[in-house]
Design a protein around this ligand. Structure first.
Ligand SMILES: [Fe+2]
Length: 198
C-alpha cells in the first residue's frame, strides 16, 4: 500500500550509466524528497483551515487541494521514474510482447515514446489504460496535468530540465538515449504483471 508520507528508497546505486551522481542527487535527494515533505505540510494545513470560506476563485481549501494533487502526482511519477532505472537496458518479459501487440512493434512504440520525450514539457508515461485494456504513451506538461483517469503508469520518463541539464545541456535527445540504456526491464515487467494481474 502506498504511503505518501514515506520516502521510497532508490532501487539502484548512483551513478547510473551516462547520468551523473550529481543529477540523481539533486533529483532524488532534494526535489523528490521535497515533494514528500510538502505533501506532509499540506496534510497538516488541511486539518486547520476554515472550510466555510471555500470558493472557486480563491480560498485556502482550493489552493491546498490543488497543491495536494500536484505534490501527490509529483511523488508518484518520480517514484515510477526511479523505479525503472538501474538496469542494463535489455528489453525482456511479457511487457515486450504486450508493447508489440498494442503498438504494432516494439520499435514503433520506442519511436513514439522517444519522440514524445521531445514533445512533452514534463513527462512521458507508458501506461496501462484500464478503460480500453491497452498500453498507451501519454504525455504531461505538469505533474497534475495530462494524466488520463483510469490508467496506471508502467514506464515513466522525466523530461524536465533538472533531469538532464547538468549532464547534457539542452541535448534532451541524448539524455533519452541514456535513459533507455539504464532501463531495468525486469522491474518494468514486474510492474506490468502486477497491474494486469497475470
Ligand atoms: Fe523530476
Amino acid at each position: 500500500m502506498k504511503k505518501y508520507e514515506e520516502i521510497k528508497k532508490l532501487s539502484f546505486s548512483k551513478p547510473l550509466t551516462r547520468i551523473s551522481e550529481k543529477t540523481i542527487s539533486i533529483h532524488y535527494d532534494k526535489l523528490y524528497q521535497g515533494y514528500v515533505k510538502k505533501w506532509q505540510e499540506i496534510q497538516e494545513k488541511l486539518k486547520e483551515i476554515d472550510k466555510s470560506t471555500s470558493n472557486a476563485t480563491f480560498s485556502d481549501l482550493r489552493e491546498l487541494k490543488l497543491e495536494e494533487g500536484f505534490a501527490a502526482d509529483a511523488i508518484l511519477l518520480h517514484e515510477a521514474y526511479f523505479d525503472v532505472l538501474g538496469g542494463n537496458g535489455n528489453p525482456e518479459g511479457d511487457i515486450v510482447d504486450a508493447i508489440a501487440k498494442d503498438f504494432g512493434s516494439f520499435e514503433a512504440w520506442r519511436e513514439e515514446f522517444e519522440a514524445s520525450g521531445l514533445a512533452a514539457r514534463g513527462w512521458v508515461v507508458l501506461a496501462y489504460d484500464f478503460n480500453d485494456g491497452k498500453l498507451h504513451n501519454y504525455i504531461a506538461d505538469l505533474h497534475n496535468q495530462g494524466g488520463v483517469w483510469g490508467t496506471s503508469p508502467i514506464l515513466v520518463l522525466d523530461v524536465y530540465e533538472h533531469a538532464y541539464f547538468i549532464d547534457y545541456g539542452s541535448d534532451r535527445k541524448n539524455y533519452i538515449e541514456a535513459f533507455f540504456q539504464n532501463l531495468n526491464w525486469e522491474a518494468i515487467n514486474k510492474k506490468f504483471l502486477k497491474i494486469v494481474r497475470k
